[in-house]
Every structure is written in structure tokens, then in C-alpha cells.
Design a protein around this ligand. Sequence first.
Ligand SMILES: *Cc1c(COP(=O)(O)O)cnc(C)c1O
Length: 488
Amino acid sequence: MQFIETRGNDGKLPAAVPFSSAILNPRASYGGLYVPEELPDMSIGFLSEFLQSDYKTLAFALLKAFEIDVDDELLHEALERYDRFDDPNNPVPVVGLEEDLYVSELWHGPTRAFKDMALQPFGVILSALAKARKEQYLIMAATSGDTGPATLETFKNRDNIKVCCLYPAGGTSDVQRLQMVTEDAPNLKVIGVEGNFDDTQHALKSLLASEEFRKELKKRAIHLSAANSVNFGRIIFQIIYHIHSYLELVRREAIALGEEIYLVVPSGNFGNALGAYYAKKAGLPVRKILIASNANNILTELIETGVYDLRGRELIQTESPAMDILVSSNVERVLYDKFGPERTRELMESLAEERVYRLTEEEHARLREDFAAVYSTDEEGEKALAHYAAKGYLMDPHTATCLKAYRELRDEPLPTVIYSTAEWTKFSPTVARALGLDASNDREALQAVSEKMGVKIPPVIASLFDKPIIHDRIVKPEEIMQEMLSFL
Ligand SMILES: *Cc1c(COP(=O)(O)O)cnc(C)c1O
């Protein structure tokens, strides 16, 4: 299958590229994104064929259905990364919470957040493709906490890829920071940046736009790629678990094959929700995808009003920091899918120039065929978290935003899957506070919650506090380039 561009083709880049090119060089014409030319059919026939399959078998079948230019052997090697999850036979457990409410837990990988679902296999494939082309790639990420650790973990010691993660010094949890600064491999660099996440992201953007930096990369024959969800190589792995979760409900006889369910997705950059959209479009029986947001409620506003409006908005720091996003990149892929490349380019240009775009009434109605949305405040999230903790189920603050969507957005009482995107251990101070426990840092919070709830702290988290710090540099934004060049 070939991949095409959301904003149309500029005549300089090829009009269609294979999967390998789309993931090595994810920047498409006019600043757009790559999307598959069409989606494979994953409706009832596909679902019944793989009803009894394990996760890796299902994943392999889905990747093959996309007809991507990656050898079977490499696909298998990539999928073996799921063997490092808590239960290799079931990397994504689906837990029943209430009569018609299920939680699909996407955080059983090495860095305890859902980013592992895609980044673990993605890292194997990207590195192998770069090596086959005898090219060197640099991946730079500004992270508020989950992407950084997962990106470092997957590319650690991999050939032909170097990774640099920038994080806001003082702007992450202790656990998230330690997950990064204790990673030890010659191809990894972690830099703390003085300032908040906005400053860090801004610093990265100006570095990537700098002529001088680009020249220095060229001199060293280094290409730039990306590992965030603008890369379709992330998205393809984020379709699989939606199908898996549906089949789990069939297997436990909560639904019959073909019956519709709701999916609730705690969203930021919209990669997870886009995976759900593609699964639905490919034939998965989903009534609607319910988008949960936090106080940065730009997605709620878009889906409720048809207007994407950045004017007068400032990023609010919440207790679900991985969803603290105002420019949500993957909405563009939905716009493309529904309205085509010309209209997508027009809307995205309007957003860049006027900081706002408006869907027509008809376009807005088409968006609402697939999505509904609501946001939770931190207080509402904490309340939901405490409510389910009292019933014996512990969740993290991102997952907690889903409960309001579950309660308020369903038109019919269909079975519902909410996605749990992080383990509570990554956000233990918030969890402790929600449970009314005293703790002044991550270590104390982990201990307090673990004792109160009788849950274990996984060794990958507990051991972080005793590991040596490898990356101790904290720099000013203008010093990043020098720091990078000495690393490269
Ligand atoms: C990244 C992340 C999200 C948001 O996912 P998107 O695909 O960016 O919408 C939600 N929760 C957690 C814990 C995350 O790490």
C-alpha cells in the first residue's frame, strides 16, 4: 500500500510513498502528514477469523492487511517486544469494572504508559529500515513526561538512530525524570531545559528551524525523523488494541460478534483516538468514539461546536499532563479522511494564520457521526479516581477523565471500553492526594498508595530511585544547540 499526504502534494516530494519512506521521513508536503491510501477491511470476516488469536497474531494480521513494505521477519521481531510486557500472552488486559464498563489497560510495558504500545515495536522497525538504507537518523523529542521515557527505552542501543529528549527541568514527575536521566546508552542524550514545557517545546522548534543546526546535521550526514504520533508508524500500532479490546468483550460474552460498543479515549495529540477512528472505519462495530479531555478542552470545543479556536487560549497545567495539548496534530488526519486534501490544507492554513478554523454545518455533522466529547476538571478526575479506588480499582489521572464521558455521552447503554493510558505509579502524588494520603514526593506517594490499596510497585519503578544519574545537564534554551553538537 502507498501513503499519501493530508494537504496534497507540492510537486517536490513524491506524490505517494511506501510505508518505509513515510515513517523515516514523516514530513509531507505543505507541512502535512502521511495517511494510508485506503484502509483494509477489518469487519466481521476479519474479526471472526481472529476471534481466538493472541495479541501478536492479531497484530501481525493487521500489519499484513496494510500491505506495508516491511519483511515478515522484521515484523515478527518488532512484535516480540510485546513479550517484555507484564504478561507476554496478554499484553493488554481488559478488566471489567461495572456491568457494561470495561477498562482496557494499555500500560503494561516497560515505561508504564500507553506510549509503549506503539513505540516498542516501532523502534525495532525504524532502526532496521535506517540500517538497510545505510542512513543515520536523529530523533528529537520535547517531552512533558511519557513520550520521552518510551522513546529512549525503545531506541536504546539500536543501530543508525540517535535520540535526544528535552524535558522541562522541574516540570515532570520524579518518576518520569528518573526514567529519562538514568537511561544509559551511547546513542541517547537527555537534556533538562530551564523553563516549563512550552519553553522546552519552543526551544526544540527553533532548533529544528535553525539553518545552522540543519547545516551541521548535513555535514554529519544525519537525517531528522520523528517518533511522535505525527509518524504513521506510531498510528498503525495504535489500531490493533482497539480491535483486541472489542474481541475481548466478545470472548467473555459481554457482546455478540457484530454488536456495537462505545470506546472512550483520553486524548491529547489525538493519536489514540485516530487509531480508534481507523478501526471503526475499517469495520469494527463502534457506535461512537467518546473523547475525554482535561481543562485544555479544545477537542471538546471542536467536536461540540465545529470550531477549533486557539485565540486567547493558554496551556493550563493539569494533573493529566500528557493531555495538556492545544495543537492536537492528528485531528488533521480525520479532517483529511472526511473532507479531502484541499479542504484540509485550507483549514490547517487558517489555523496557522488566524489561529482558528470553522467547519461548515455539514462538516461538523459528519464529525459528530463518529465522535462526541466532554472534558473533566482535575477535581472531577480526582473524584472519579477516589470513587473507583474505594471499589478496589486504582487508575491514573488520565484514565480518570474517561468516567465523565462514560456517564454523560452515551445515547444508549451499550457496553463501553475506556482506555487506561498510564499506570498510577507514574502519577503517584496526584493519586495519593485523591485518596486523601499525605506525601511530599513521588517516593512517599508510591509507598503510601501501595500500602493503602495493597498494590505492588513494579520493580522498574521502585528501582529508579537507586539507579545512577547518567544525564545531569540542565541548560538554557540557547545552549541546546551546542550541547547537541557535542553529543553528535
Ligand atoms: C500520550 C498520552 C495520552 C494522550 O494520547 P494521544 O494519543 O496523544 O491523544 C493520554 N494519556 C497518557 C498517559 C499519555 O501518555
